[in-house]
Design a protein around this ligand. Structure first.
Ligand code: GLP
Length: 245
């Protein structure tokens, strides 16, 4: 089945639409396993979900969550760690149980063991119901940089210069951006029952067009999502501007 494409006006509408997808999933199954993403793109979606929780329209009390990735070498308390991001934007603001949130441990001494354990825990949860994704300007998903294979699993990867440059805006200096990160694999993501990719802004237009209309392959890891039976892209008009009709 082709990717379902939902083009909306702007980033506010992307957040509204995305939060409705998440809400529908949790209403369908209160103990849903949500795959979660970090980055600027899903911030507004998390704000919408917090609002729905405050209005008592949604509860995370039984929800289990799994995150896509984490920087190697950062403690969960570090302001730029993805654990800190998730606590700040969602976990500390809703009723999700701390023990139901899973994020790779950036400080794990045995990185290979951490990756194996992560896959095993996803398996023990029964797999992911809905995985929320962003997209990197080079077409990466999670930290699966160009060159990542379709069957890749959770591992520790080297970040590309482009990703380090993109993400350096959040650090005091680009030299502070960790060079390595834990990431679930493309294969791990493709096993989710549903996938929801969000993209906003003209700086994502090239990656979105490559993912949806370019030759599929390892040069654009997001293009592998076209194989998924239940994948939706929710994007705004600027992010859709390079799509051919
Ligand atoms: C990081 C994350 C990705 C995210 C991407 C885009 O590299 N590892 O999961 O999709 O950035 O981030 P943003 O939404 O800030 O553009």
């Amino acid at each position: 089945m082709p990717v379902h494409l939902q083009i909306v006006e702007d980033e506010v509408d992307v957040a509204r639409a995305a939060s409705q997808h998440v809400c529908a999933q949790v209403r369908e199954r209160s103990d849903a396993v949500l795959g979660l993403a970090t980055g600027s793109t899903p911030e507004a979606t998390y704000a919408e979900l917090v609002q729905l929780y405050r209005e008592r329209a949604l509860s995370f009390a039984r929800v289990r969550s799994v995150n896509l990735d984490e920087y190697c070498g950062l403690d969960g308390a570090h302001e730029q760690s993805y654990r800190h991001y998730m606590q700040t934007h969602l976990f500390d603001r809703v009723d999700i149980r701390p023990w139901n949130t899973l994020i790779p441990d950036g400080l794990a001494a045995d990185r290979e063991a951490e990756c194996r354990a992560y896959e095993e825990r996803i398996c023990a949860l029964g797999g992911v119901d809905l995985w929320l994704l962003g997209i990197g300007s080079n077409g990466h998903i999670a930290f699966n940089e160009p060159g990542s294979s379709r069957d890749s699993r959770t591992r520790c990867v080297q970040l590309t210069a482009e990703t380090i440059a993109d993400n350096s805006r959040l650090f005091a200096a680009s030299t502070e951006v960790p060079r390595r990160a834990f990431t679930v694999g493309v294969g791990t993501i493709l096993e989710a029952r549903r996938v929801l990719l969000l993209a906003t802004g003209a700086h994502k237009a090239r990656a979105v067009a490559a993912a949806l209309q370019g030759d599929p392959g390892t040069h654009c890891p997001a293009s592998f999502l076209r194989e998924h039976a239940h994948c939706t892209f929710v994007i705004d008009r600027p992010a859709a501007s390079m799509l051919e009709s």
